[in-house]
Design a protein around this ligand. Structure first.
Ligand SMILES: NC(=O)c1ccc[n+]([C@@H]2O[C@H](COP(=O)([O-])OP(=O)(O)OC[C@H]3O[C@@H](n4cnc5c(N)ncnc54)[C@H](O)[C@@H]3O)[C@@H](O)[C@H]2O)c1
Length: 324
């Protein structure tokens, strides 16, 4: 199949392009390189442009006629979304609607959407399953939830089939470390810990060690990027066989604390990671862990790289080499 990967120059989109190419699919990447890297587009053709530009995306879709679209392109920094919500509504909502309009103007094709655990907001219970109320607490989560709702409506009204995949924390890198996570600024814990280890101990702060968890630090759900890609392939297969609109959580199956990440990193890099304990950050729940039972049951998804050391090790092999 010919798959359009929107945001294919980014962290997860570039891994998806590799996974699709390995399955024999033809990959077409749309990316404006606002946060991505041209060098990460190695398994497809890069069409540089903004999804929000109807004069760019419409003709492109007509020309390449993709069999399906995977949509990773978004801004995804919670703090930035609070400081500049207009950027998020414009880029994550308006640009996605422009893309969907262009798709509606051609034949509706399966659409796989990168959503997030941020749609849930403060967890009322853990692990979080898809029936948990969606009450996002920042503009980033609201924009993702808004697109999810649009996709449900587009399926009902226009029969545009879609799957929303709610990732928890994507982590790790592909086995040969040709691509990996490279955000600026980097806000995700594992790459920040690794960078700190690499720089000989930057100012890494653990935000609070007085949470009601076994070691007092926050627990998060780290899912290997290659496992995420596997779930996308399964979701695509299902959409092609049974068009509909569905939502799935994608998580590891268990959570790991900040201290466990520091410990696993120390073991992988062979030295302790310098850090200090600071106060809690506002809006950080103690535990955020997915119940991915629905993806397991319906998609037959089996995450295989769930061990924290293996996740950190794959990320370390990427981070210790020169980045893009
Ligand atoms: N990384 C995570 O842990 C995580 C967790 C939950 C959800 N997500 C979601 O997964 C998706 C991918 O995340 P990522 O970490 O790979 O991000 P990323 O920033 O590495 O990749 C996003 C890509 O989209 C491109 N892009 C953004 N806006 C665009 C536009 N208007 N037109 C064209 N290209 C555009 C960027 O240049 C970049 O290459 C995002 O939608 C994000 O919200 C990520």
């Amino acid at each position: 199949m010919r798959i359009l990967v929107c945001g294919g120059a980014g962290y997860i989109g570039s891994h998806m392009s590799l996974a699709l190419a390995e399955c024999g699919h033809t990959v077409e990447v749309v990316d404006d390189l606002s946060t991505g890297h041209a060098a990460a587009v190695r398994w497809g053709t890069l069409h540089r442009g903004d999804l929000g530009d109807a004069a760019f995306i419409g003709p492109l879709l007509r020309r390449i006629q993709p069999d399906a679209v995977m949509h990773f392109a978004a801004r995804s920094l919670v703090g930035e979304s609070v400081a500049d919500p207009a950027l998020y509504y414009r880029n994550n909502v308006a640009a996605t609607l422009t893309l969907l309009e262009a798709m509606r103007a051609t034949v509706p094709r399966p659409f796989v959407f990168s959503s997030t655990a941020a749609v849930y907001g403060e967890p009322q219970c853990v692990p979080i399953d898809e029936n948990h109320a969606c009450a996002p607490i920042n503009p980033y989560g609201v924009t993702k939830h808004t697109v999810e709702r649009a996709l449900a409506d587009y399926w009902r009204a226009y029969r545009l089939p879609s799957v929303s995949l709610r990732y928890f924390n994507a982590a790790g890198a592909e086995a040969q470390a040709r691509i990996g996570e490279s955000h600026a600024p980097e806000t995700h814990l594992i790459p920040r810990v690794l960078k700190s280890a690499l720089d000989g101990g930057g100012p890494l702060t653990v935000f609070g060690d007085d949470y009601p968890t076994a070691d007092g630090t926050c627990i998060r759900d780290y899912v290997h990027v290659e496992d995420l890609c596997q779930a996308h392939l399964l979701a695509l297969e299902r959409l092609c066989a049974q068009p509909s609109h569905e939502v799935f959580n994608l998580g590891n199956g268990r959570g790991y604390s900040v201290r466990e990440v520091l410990q696993a990193t120390a073991e992988v890099v062979g030295r302790p990671v310098a850090h200090r304990v600071g106060p809690r950050r506002a809006g950080d729940p103690a535990v955020l862990v997915a119940d991915s039972g629905r993806a397991r049951e319906i998609l037959g998804w089996r995450p295989r790289r769930t061990d924290l050391s293996a996740i950190v090790d794959s990320a370390w092999r990427w981070h210790r080499r020169p980045a893009f």
